[in-house]
Design a protein around this ligand. Structure first.
Ligand SMILES: [Zn+2]
Length: 295
């Protein structure tokens, strides 16, 4: 198939002008390894004009978007593809309000589709971070004044994050997870999901990291007001201001999906040429999802 490459919006609009253009792209991705009927398991099919497939045996017709994250998208595939393109190639991310206005769709509908896109952006957890990895936590939401250290009230959302650094000390990859508190038990999952056991992990001197050190190489050093953790503190600052400016209210239920979106763009900033194609592939490979089922 012809993979869409690049970030040029005019090229993009030319490639995906009609519903049929989008359906063709989805069909080529969906059935790249051949067709198997979802009803009877038969392999033979007829290709319809709209790139759907009709089973030769039981006559079931399956559309290109069926049972993917494009399943029954209310506002059509051209808009859906454009939203995916903007969400993957923009550096800042978009708000549901912006998407609703720009594509003349209902804000709730926009929000629901954007959450599906974020689901597709979630890490596969197949490539744990290696080399030098820094781990730290932060909080978002509510009033920040009057609290110091880790003594935050219950209203704030607590997040633990990790960065893989380049040799020059720059951020190569970033992952973040919502946590209940700052205990070792809550801090542990980011290690198990995203950090290689051989990585050299550096944290500040918080005691919550100590028990995790029996399974991971953790070096604890003083933060020196953040000077020892410049790269991770810069990215924390960026994530916080992004959450604050783009999303006026990020529910606890959804915050991990926003974090997935942020990580996805950071971690693929070296592969922007194929980022749209990567996202569409993920959308096609994921099962259909209704917003009411999203936990
Ligand atoms: Zn069949």
């Amino acid at each position: 198939m012809d993979i869409f490459k690049g970030q040029q919006v005019i090229e993009f609009s030319k490639s995906f002008q009609s519903e049929l253009d989008c359906k063709k792209y989805l069909a080529e991705l969906k059935w790249k390894d051949g067709f198997t009927c979802r009803k009877c398991g038969h392999y033979g099919s007829q290709i319809r004009k709209d790139f759907a497939r009709t089973c030769n045996k039981c006559s079931d017709t399956e559309s290109a978007g069926a049972d993917t994250l494009f399943h029954k998208v209310k506002f059509g595939l051209v808009k859906a593809f454009h939203i995916c393109f903007e969400m993957s190639t923009s550096t800042k991310g978009l708000s549901a309000m912006y998407v609703a206005k720009r594509y003349s769709i209902n804000r709730k509908t926009a929000m629901s589709f954007m959450h599906k896109v974020r689901m597709a952006m979630k890490s596969s957890e197949n490539h744990p971070m290696q080399g030098e990895v820094h781990v730290d936590e932060f909080v978002v939401g509510g009033q920040e004044a009057g609290h110091t250290g880790r003594s935050y009230g219950g209203k704030k959302k607590k997040i633990v994050c990790a960065v893989e650094l380049t040799e020059a000390g720059k951020v190569k990859r970033f992952y973040a997870l919502k946590i209940k508190d700052f205990s070792a038990k809550s801090l542990r999952p980011i290690f198990d999901h995203h950090i290689d056991k051989e990585a050299q992990v550096v944290t500040d001197e918080w005691k919550g990291y100590r028990p995790i050190g029996k399974d991971y190489n953790i070096k604890q050093i003083p933060s020196e007001l953040g000077l020892n953790f410049k790269a991770i503190h810069t990215i924390i600052h960026q994530v916080k201001s992004w959450l604050r400016t783009i999303y006026s209210w990020v529910s606890k239920r959804h915050i991990e999906r926003y974090l997935s979106e942020y990580s996805y763009r950071i971690n693929r900033s070296q592969n922007k040429e194929t980022i749209f194609h990567n996202l569409i592939t993920r959308m096609v490979n994921a099962d259909k999802m209704y917003i009411s089922n999203m936990i």
